[in-house]
Design a binder for this molecule. Structure first.
Ligand SMILES: *[C@@H]1O[C@H](CO)[C@@H](O)[C@H](O)[C@H]1NC(C)=O
Ligand SMILES: *[C@@H]1O[C@H](CO)[C@@H](O)[C@H](O)[C@H]1NC(C)=O
Ligand SMILES: *[C@@H]1O[C@H](CO)[C@@H](O)[C@H](O)[C@H]1NC(C)=O
Length: 341
């Protein structure tokens, strides 16, 4: 296993060759300089003075464990997590630019759903992606109802539980989101789990932070898209119950883990300290993109925008574009990836 080093302050560290025998002559120093310029151009670490993973080749990231990755990315005991498959790299980059603007990008850990994503992210930004097997392949992706498929659907609560078991706070985000302000400022108190309501019905600004009551159909619509958890017994119980709910209803849910999350909240509400975040700060896309009057009324209060209540990859991209929230074309340099080719 390659070593998990903290950043090293020397730009020489990635090249373990010894030049001592030739460096006595000035001409060799020049040669050395040329070599470094060349390496600087051809190696993926350009732009960063830190080389935390000097010896990793692309495929060696296969052995990079969640424990190592969480340790590397956690700051102040917190990891920001998303899960991404290769086609969603542009959305990941867009979200990441917005996270960088709030100066929280160093805590980001990308859970790569396939090896292409694992290698690509770690090439551009070493140490910030991990793959927790099984990887997504076309077979698991399409084989609804198979045991392999259950493993895949329940991956979100499983991964979050693993990070909690390692002792970190975890902020989970879908990547069709854009941060406008720092969401950590909104995590009032010391509750186990923080989440947002996916309902479009407008609530008063001073709405309750309790789990909302079920609607006339007996269900709640808490979003599984953004969740903050502390490494407490309560948060762990919530994740375990979510996994059980998915296991019990794996066919009915057909790859959507949100109803099971809502049942888990319902079942654990008396044992877990839950906190519903403000609607004005974390509006569902069905409200933010549909009601201009409301957006004007709540101006300055929006913290994370979620591009949901719309179907299709290009429709999402187009809508972000129309609202000035597609940042990857004009602001690529603000991303830790730089420009994605
Ligand atoms: C919100 O404010 C209104 C009007 O000031 C008040 O009647 C209501 O009880 C408040 N609701 C909560 C949940 O505090
Ligand atoms: C859980 O769901 C049931 C059925 O909809 C409902 O009667 C009950 O009030 C819910 N409990 C909580 C804590 O929301
Ligand atoms: C849009 O928002 C305004 C202001 O909050 C509200 O009065 C109105 O009912 C909303 N419209 C719809 C269709 O929900």
């Amino acid at each position: 296993m390659a070593q998990q080093q903290r950043p090293i302050q020397s730009s020489f560290s990635p090249y373990p060759l010894s030049y001592s025998s030739i460096s006595k002559r000035p001409i060799s120093l020049l040669l050395l300089l040329v070599l470094f310029l060349l390496f600087g151009v051809f190696l993926p670490w350009t732009g960063s003075p830190f080389f935390p993973f000097p010896n990793r080749s692309s495929s060696s990231w296969r052995d990079y464990s969640l424990a190592q990755a969480a340790k590397f990315t956690a700051k102040d005991g917190t990891v920001i997590v998303c899960a991404v498959s290769y086609p969603f790299m542009p959305f990941l980059n867009n979200w990441l630019i917005s996270v960088s603007r709030q100066k929280h990008q160093d805590k980001v850990l990308v859970i790569a759903e396939d090896y292409a994503t694992l290698y690509k992210v770690n090439k551009k930004w070493p140490g910030h992606a991990v793959l927790i097997p099984p990887a997504l392949d076309s077979r698991t992706a399409h084989n609804f109802g198979s045991p392999g498929f259950f493993d895949f659907t329940s991956r979100r609560p499983k991964h979050l539980l693993q990070i909690l078991e390692l002792g970190y706070n975890v902020m989970y985000n879908d990547v069709d989101m854009v941060w406008l302000q720092d969401p950590f400022q909104q995590l009032e108190g010391n509750h186990d789990a923080y989440f947002t309501d996916d309902r479009t019905k407008i609530k008063p600004l001073n709405h309750s932070h309790d789990l909302p009551p079920p609607d006339e159909n007996g269900v709640t619509y808490i979003c599984s898209c953004m969740i903050f958890l502390r490494p407490t017994n309560g948060a762990k119980l919530l994740m375990k119950t979510w996994i059980e709910e998915l296991q019990a209803g794996s066919k009915a849910y057909e790859g959507n883990d949100q109803p099971a999350f809502n049942w888990a909240l319902n079942k654990t509400a008396h044992q877990v300290d839950l906190y519903l975040l403000s609607q004005a700060a974390f509006p569902t896309g069905g409200l933010y993109f549909e009601n201009e009057t409301w957006v004007k009324e709540t101006k300055g209060k929006h913290v994370i925008i979620h591009n949901n209540y719309i179907v299709g990859y290009y429709s999402k991209m187009k809508r972000f574009n129309e609202y000035g929230l597609w940042l990857v074309d004009d602001h690529a340099l603000e991303s830790p990836f730089g420009k994605l080719e």
